[in-house]
Design a protein. Structure first.
Length: 271
């Protein structure tokens, strides 16, 4: 035992960490500890006082902020993919909006593009269908026209409802026209003109006997009307594509609830 004590003392003297300049690394000074503990107490007291002064709503918001920050800093793969596709859609739609205003690159053709869009509007088609229905004298023609009128009315109601739910605005700040307000086509998603021309083209291809050139022109007309809505800056590309999809679904719905000739005659007699 006596021999081991001098050895341990010599080992402690030779240890570099036991020198005065390295003592703060192993054993912090008492003054620092007291200062830190006092500052921690003061911060805790200040935090407790602030927590008492804040309302319960603000406390819930402060507790939720770190989670929201974490979600933004670490988004999911689906969120990244959706935001990327949305950014590409907005960028491409703005580039294709060459007739959005008079100062655009194709601003001089804006009136012609608007005229092309009117050919897919609901009001002219409903008015034309009613006129043809009044002048029609055959049962087959009245049956087709009554179901076409039903399809047009369903298109206006379905598109208006979806637009009210989505409330998506177009790539450019363009006010809707008078005819758009009449058909409640005030938002961008889905494109009402696109859904209507898709439904009409599919309806005519199924229920009218048309030559092949006319069938091709009918499909081209639908595509041009959808493209015109993007060119004037009224809709995004995805709005037009979704409009085409909804138009086809509306056609399938009309086929399922197709009114027979007797039903059409009864409705015409009531009218």
């Amino acid at each position: 035992m006596p021999a081991s004590q001098p050895r341990s003392r010599a080992r402690d003297r030779n240890n570099v960490l036991n020198r005065a300049e390295f003592l703060s690394l192993n054993q912090p000074l008492k003054g620092n500890q007291e200062g830190r503990s006092s500052s921690r107490k003061q911060s805790c007291q200040a935090g407790a006082a602030g927590a008492q002064n804040t309302s319960p709503k603000e406390r819930r918001q402060s507790q939720q902020l770190p989670e929201e920050d974490c979600m933004q800093l670490n988004p999911s793969f689906k969120g990244i993919a959706f935001n990327s596709l949305l950014a590409i859609d907005i960028c491409m739609s703005k580039r294709l909006g060459v007739c959005a205003n008079r100062a655009s690159s194709w601003g001089g053709a804006r009136s012609m593009i608007n005229l092309l869009g009117i050919t897919g509007h609901g009001i002219p088609w409903i008015a034309g269908t009613l006129i043809c229905l009044v002048k029609s004298s055959t049962l087959a023609g009245q049956e087709v026209l009554m179901n076409l009128l039903l399809a047009l009315l369903l298109d206006i109601m379905i598109v208006a409802g979806l637009q009210k739910l989505a409330k998506r605005k177009g790539p450019y700040d363009i006010n809707p026209g008078l005819l758009d307000y009449l058909t409640m086509d005030t938002y961008a998603f889905p494109a009402g003109h696109a859904s209507r021309v898709a439904m009409l083209s599919k309806f005519f291809l199924n229920h009218l006997v048309l030559a092949i050139p006319l069938r091709i022109l009918l499909v081209l007309w639908a595509l041009c009307v959808g493209l015109s809505r993007v060119m004037i800056g009224r809709h995004h590309i995805t709005d037009v594509l979704s409009g085409f999809v909804f138009g086809y679904l509306q056609f399938r719905l009309v086929e399922l609830i197709w009114m027979s000739s007797n039903t059409c005659q009864m409705l015409i007699s009531i009218w």
